[in-house]
Design a protein around this ligand. Structure first.
Ligand SMILES: Cc1cc2nc3c(=O)[nH]c(=O)nc-3n(C[C@H](O)[C@H](O)[C@H](O)COP(=O)(O)OP(=O)(O)OC[C@H]3O[C@@H](n4cnc5c(N)ncnc54)[C@H](O)[C@@H]3O)c2cc1C
Length: 425
């Protein structure tokens, strides 16, 4: 039986980053992924602010497109902020995860694709982890799928299976059965469009809010390379204060392609449809550790529910976990309480504020309120909007008050002048 110091289940951004850091520190690490390559499960829209590149030392090769501008379209109001400099990236999600896995191998770690986590048990002072490897025998005429059981031994087991929480909840009652989770459901179309349409959106992230485009959630158009665009919709599960039953998710995405991009079905090529479900624990209510098992990334709700951004935060959470894992392996600590505290110190405050705001915007606001919100945002400087959306700096919202008041004063004085002109003989 092969032995490792750390086994990480799930080669998403969090698992990949964690394995990369540990392997680079010389830890004997195994990264396990159920899919046999990274083009499977290529579900994320993968937009991020520019700082993510430097923060995690990522190469330009993982970027599908740099974005400069940001637009928000609501039912009646649309606002766009322009920049002549790149403000962020849209990752090629498959290439990002492949890059992380490759750095693990280069640093001496192992990556096993096509292996599914099945269970674990404590044996002596370590854990035995059971995986299922499935392989198709291409030489046999019926190409029967063969499933083999593989067991490895480890000191630390890390759950990086995202919202599935397959490891930390293994053998436990299903955590999402209680109401302590918010659920987001997202689907996305990857489409190839003509040169002119691509040029119009090549540098811009477009978000849609409001009942016309995306009731009870938000939609988006993100640029990719090769004349491709990602067009998707996410809804916030639950009963909206004003809305009744929603249409199937796809119909909102198709309406954006038809009515916003102005493309009929014959005018674009649908490359694939992908999507996923995100379960987010309210108030950081996840299980972070159980003995020598700990969870990172979306398995502990590092995704921010306001805009569904989770890549950067999952990788940041992995960076937080790594020193605690290293200390555990050196025998300096026997448990992972301090890891949980460090995660909460980093995430709790902004996450609790954004989860409340998400609940209000997606489940309680009327359409007029959303339009008014976008109108107000139009008074903010671009940097403040980015700070608000990507750094959850809600104090930035006050930056719009002065320009809004100045505009109102200007309008009022113009009305007074017109009124006085009418009065004058
Ligand atoms: C439609 C949609 C759009 C999104 N858009 C963005 C965006 O624009 N920007 C952004 O930053 N974030 C976005 N997100 C969120 C972001 O993709 C996630 O928050 C992020 O990928 C979480 O990383 P992770 O590593 O924790 O989990 P994941 O990326 O979910 O990775 C978990 C991995 O574990 C593997 N796995 C699961 N179970 C097992 C098992 N039993 N055995 C072995 N392997 C297993 C999975 O196959 C997967 O590869 C989006 C999410 C959705 C659903």
């Amino acid at each position: 039986m092969e032995e490792f110091a750390v086994v990480i289940i799930g080669a998403g951004p969090a698992g990949g980053q964690c394995a990369r850091q540990l392997a680079q520190q010389g830890v004997r690490v195994l990264l396990v992924e159920q899919h046999s390559n990274f083009s499977q499960n290529n579900y994320s829209s993968a937009a991020s602010p520019l700082e993510t590149m430097a923060l995690f030392d990522l190469p330009p090769g993982v970027v599908a497109r740099y974005w400069r501008n940001l637009a928000i379209a609501a039912t009646e109001k649309e606002q766009i902020w322009y920049s002549d400099q790149p403000r962020g990236v849209v990752f090629d999600f498959a290439k990002l995860r492949q890059f992380l896995a490759d750095t693990v191998t280069k640093a001496g770690g192992q990556v096993w694709l096509g292996h599914r986590f099945w269970g674990y048990q404590q044996v002596g002072d370590g854990l035995e982890v059971t995986l299922r490897r499935s392989s198709k025998n291409s030489l046999s005429s019926d190409s029967v799928e063969k499933v083999e059981k593989v067991t490895v031994k480890t000191q630390v087991l890390i759950d990086a299976t995202g919202s599935k929480r397959a490891v930390i909840n293994c053998g436990q009652p299903k955590a999402t059965d209680n109401n302590q989770y918010y659920r987001g459901i997202g689907t996305e179309y990857l489409i190839t469009v003509d040169e002119t349409t691509h040029q119009r959106f090549a540098d811009t992230l477009v978000f849609f809010l409001g009942y016309r485009w995306s009731p009870q959630g938000y939609s988006w158009i993100f640029p990719m390379d090769n004349h491709q665009l990602k067009v998707g919709t996410a809804i916030f599960a639950g009963q909206h204060r004003y809305l009744g039953e929603l249409k199937p998710l796809r119909s909102y995405t198709e309406a954006i392609i038809r009515d916003y991009l102005k493309l009929e079905k014959s005018q674009y090529h649908l490359e694939e449809i992908h999507g996923s479900v995100l379960d987010y624990a309210v108030n950081q209510g996840d299980t972070y550790h159980r003995g020598s098992v700990l969870a990172i990334g979306d398995a502990v709700s590092t995704v921010n529910f306001l805009g569904g951004e989770g890549i950067r935060h999952g990788m940041q959470g992995a960076n937080i976990a790594v020193p605690f894992v290293a200390d555990y392996l050196r025998g300096h600590v026997q448990a992972f309480e301090k890891y949980e505290q460090a995660m909460k110190a980093h995430f709790a405050e902004p996450w609790q504020r954004t989860e409340k705001l998400s609940q209000r915007v997606y489940l309680e606001f009327g359409d007029r309120q959303i339009d008014l919100g976008v109108t107000y945002l139009s008074y903010l400087r671009y940097d403040d909007v980015l700070d608000l959306l990507f750094h959850y700096r809600f104090d930035r919202i006050y930056g719009g008050i002065t320009p809004l008041l100045l505009k109102k004063v200007a309008q009022f004085s113009q009305q007074c002048r017109q009124w006085l002109r009418k009065l004058s003989p």
